[in-house]
Design a protein around this ligand. Sequence first.
Ligand code: PLP
Length: 401
Amino acid sequence: MKDFNAANEIQDLQYFGEFGGVNPSISDSSTYTFLSAKTMFDTFEGNADGCYLYSRHSSPMNLYLAQALAKLENTAAANVTASGMGAIATVLLQLCKSGDHIISSRTIYGGTYAFMKNFLPPFHIETSFVDIGNFEVIEAAIRPTTKVIYCESVSNPLLEVADLRRLSAICKKYKLKLVVDNTFSPLSVSPGLLGADVVIHSLTKFINGSSDTVGGVYCGTQEFINDTKNVNSGACMLLGPTMDSLRSASILKNLRTLHIRMKQHSYNAQYLAERFEKDGLKVSYPGLLSHKNHELMKSMMHAEYGFGGILTLDAVTTDQANALMELMQKENLGYLAVSLGFYKTLFSCSGSSTSSEIPEEDRVRMGISDGLIRFSIGLDHDIERTYQRMKACMVKTAVLT
Ligand code: PLP
């Protein structure tokens, strides 16, 4: 995809710290002084470029990180939040008011699902959950009050890939906003180049990459970002899920190695997925020819970053899944933990953890089986050795017979 590189070349970022440091200086003030009361007033009104007022609105360090993430996602602007859910809630509450309607993929992160299914309806914002690959159903679900189509580029935990070009065309036709959570596929997929209006990340995952913080971002037009920060009506300004500026500084430093980490996560996940599949295990990974969205993902991704670091394996029963995960942890092959994007492999049983907010009957309908293990594959140097040792655990727990 040429646009991606072209856009990156044009806008290369360069920062120096206050004393010539190679990192931008960390500013950790919550409030800012003014030489004149008039400038303070103008800043409050949003008419004094480059001035800061109060850090719930803007801070220099948050802007550095936001700019870098906007560049990552090829959007004009971005805003960083204290968590991924902080970003999701802000975006949806900015775009949808009482009486509005959302169409969402039914296979999404459990917290996002719960937010739309349980939290929003008392505010009279309804959501229709659909199969995001069924465009007829999507068009039929559109109402006069529909404002947003929401999906994950690669879904949690089923790894369904959304056809962002098709969804964007539907959004343009009906004047809706396409909001895409790209947490599973940073760098691999650029939703902004495929027609998304707003791109969201949980920074907690691959982007920060060290499992030492929660964080989030939403990327979009300058106008949309300004709207969310408006002192009178901005969802981020008024709900207040602002990121702490010290955290912005640490995430910005980790972001610099994302391209190298993503290649290694993808390489390792592809390797294991191919081996597990050959062994006859029920494995799902978008990089496998057998994955139902393999060709679609290929048509949307930047090939050099691969198909991402997440794969799932169906161990059939919860008991077998638990036995396997406990043994793999004992053998130091990874941690039995939720979340993803760590240097070490993380595994959890989705049905009883990150998708447990989704009622059992819906989980069954979606295909989240009781024994489904989600693996976030780590940065292991010798992946063949990891494979051999994981395989031994699978044989020992009768997941592989
Ligand atoms: N989006 C996806 C795809 C996720 O997997 C998660 C968390 O697991 C979130 C959003 C929420 O992010 P956070 O935990 O940073 O609030």
